[in-house]
Design a protein around this ligand. Structure first.
Ligand code: HEM
Length: 71
């Protein structure tokens, strides 16, 4: 349950998420996660873009779920 489902996620979102793992300790847009840092840092931004486009093109379980404004 602690692993995000990313197949079919918007590719721009995936790219920004992956790129942010290359920058740790920057609270505005960096992300700190040991595993994902190790993965993301191996790739150039162009490679992360290609990876994001591929993952974003996969079949997805993601869907938009309307929420009540007054929960
Ligand atoms: C090329 C391989 C991988 C890709 C493309 C990838 C991609 C991603 C992306 C895009 C996110 C952000 C999800 C979001 O914000 O919604 C993420 C987060 C995460 N990934 Fe990966 N991942 C890879 C490998 C792995 C591996 C091997 C593991 C574990 C062994 C892993 C564990 C996690 C975890 C735990 C998070 C959440 C981290 C957090 O809270 O910031 N990932 N991954």
């Amino acid at each position: 349950p602690s692993y995000p489902k990313i197949a079919g996620q918007h590719k721009d979102y995936l790219f920004v998420a992956l790129k942010s793992y290359k920058t740790e300790n920057l609270s505005t847009w960096g992300r700190s996660n040991g595993v994902m840092g190790g993965i993301a840092k191996q790739y150039s931004n162009n490679e992360l873009k290609a990876l994001s486009a591929y993952v974003g093109s996969l079949d997805t379980e993601l869907k938009t779920v309307p929420q009540s404004k007054f929960r």
